[in-house]
Design a protein around this ligand. Structure first.
Ligand SMILES: [Zn+2]
Length: 459
């Protein structure tokens, strides 16, 4: 039985396996699924939601996030004059703040911080989010369920401990444990929270990164992911320093190291991969490995990881917002512009390519043929954009208008699993104001302690 029919001016539907703009179509939703996309008008008794100037697109599949950081670190990493930027930011500021969060926040405050991050992602257009967080923060799954957001949770697994900066400003770790206990906790997390394709929550195996996990642990992670039939995801080729470490430790480049450690293949999503060379990218493509491109995070430090470089190497490339901004349109626009600059061509990194990356490519990376598309049988995870705005009229191509001129504030309806979760810019169930207030209080509490200890940079 049809639960509702969405009538809109435009639908980004499917034709012969490709995304195509359909005009004056109806999207029939039946429970958690799309029943039909057709020009057949609804029956008199059907519940019809009309958007005269609406554009229906799939909800975005956000392939790489750290939701907790949005609520704790917003504004802190931007515009900082620190050298070297990444290790100083991560090891002098972000990691100490994260560990303060576990020391000084109450369970309710931690929950509010996580709620803020996930609410921000949902309001930013993401209907599926793959997030890496720390073991113990399983409130992630409860909060996501409360918000009605589809998630793949991947708790961190590491061999490295006691992270600190060395005399040269780069990180050093102790490798005094094998990380197998954390892997075991991830397997238990999978058994407790994973609901398969019919539910909202899934679990992935998430070793932290190539420089913080030893090869034995990575191979064990690969075996566990294969046995559980789940996704394996990790940070990969993020910095030149990481590559130098791999060369010193193993005499290998990142792709060879990944291959020998079991990190390549069709159930693997590598976050970033920006420092891999062209031959290494070809190796990723040849093995069916996926890349999560999160260009905004790196662009803020003056480093360019353009989407098109990975897509043109033949890699299935999706989009992630990492922990910078959660508006996925902004993320796609930045990586589209970086792509045009990289190749010096306007036709590279197009709006349609980027929508494909943010929806279908992300779904393919997660092995989810039922996500990222508006067609019969797919999950009803969709966005309706209101194009009747001064910055979005007139409409030549609605996808170009949204990608180059729009923002997540133009989303009139967000539906996940057939449920309307955000309508006219407000979550339909949770108290957004209460979440924002509690999360802001929690952040001030951490910032006050951090300021006393000299962790926070000057304003
Ligand atoms: Zn990350």
């Amino acid at each position: 039985m049809t639960s509702c029919v969405i009538a809109a001016k435009y639908v980004l539907g499917m034709k012969e396996g490709r995304q195509t703009i359909l005009q004056d179509h109806y999207v029939y939703v039946d429970g958690p699924r799309i029943e039909a996309v057709t020009q057949d008008a609804p029956a008199a008794l059907d519940r019809v939601i009309r958007y005269e100037h609406g554009l229906v697109t799939p909800g975005f599949v956000n392939l790489h996030t750290h939701c907790i950081r949005g609520g704790l670190f917003r504004g802190i990493p931007d515009d900082l004059e620190i050298e070297p930027y990444v290790p100083t930011l991560v090891y002098r500021i972000l990691l100490p703040l994260t560990s303060l969060a576990t020391q000084v926040l109450s369970a309710a405050e931690l929950r509010a911080v996580m709620s803020l991050g996930l609410l921000d992602l949902l309001r930013g257009g993401s209907t599926t989010v793959m997030d890496q967080f720390h073991h113990g923060q399983y409130v992630f799954f409860d909060v996501a369920k409360e918000l009605g957001l589809r998630t793949v949770g991947a708790p961190f697994i590491m061999s490295a401990s006691n992270a600190r900066l060395g005399a040269d400003g780069y990180p050093v770790w102790d490798f005094d444990h094998d990380g197998l206990a954390e892997l075991q906790r991830s397997i238990e997390t999978f058994r407790t929270y994973d609901e398969g394709h019919d539910g909202l929550a899934q679990v992935a195996i998430g070793p932290h990164a190539t420089d913080t996990c030893l090869p034995k642990l990575l191979r064990e992670c690969r075996e566990a992911a294969d046995e559980l039939g789940c996704v394996l995801t990790t940070h990969f080729a993020q910095t030149e320093h990481e590559l130098a470490l791999l060369r010193t430790r193993y005499g290998q480049g990142p792709a060879e190291y990944a291959r020998d450690s079991g990190l390549l293949g069709p159930n693997v999503v590598l976050a970033h991969a920006g420092c891999a060379n062209d031959d290494e990218l070809k190796m990723l493509a040849a093995t069916g490995t996926h890349v999560a491109n999160c260009a905004f995070s790196f662009a803020r430090e003056g480093v360019s990881f353009p989407y098109a470089r990975f897509a043109r190497a033949g890699i299935n490339t999706g989009i992630g917002t990492d922990s910078h901004g959660m508006d996925i349109v902004a993320e796609m626009r930045i990586t589209g512009l970086l792509s045009k600059h990289f190749y010096g061509k306007a036709h590279v990194g197009t709006a349609h390519e980027l929508f494909h990356a943010g929806t279908l490519a992300g779904a393919n990376a997660l092995g989810r043929p039922d996500l990222g598309r508006i067609e019969a049988g797919a999950k009803a995870d969709l966005l309706v954009w209101d194009l009747f705005k001064p910055h979005l009229q007139p409409v030549w191509d609605p996808i170009k208008n949204i990608l180059w001129k729009g923002h997540a504030g133009d989303i009139a309806l967000t539906m996940v699993h057939g449920e309307p979760v955000v309508e006219r810019g407000r979550h339909t169930k949770v108290d957004e104001a209460a979440i924002m207030r509690t999360a802001a209080q929690a952040a001030s509490k951490i910032w006050a302690v951090a300021a006393e200890r000299g962790i926070l940079p000057g304003m």
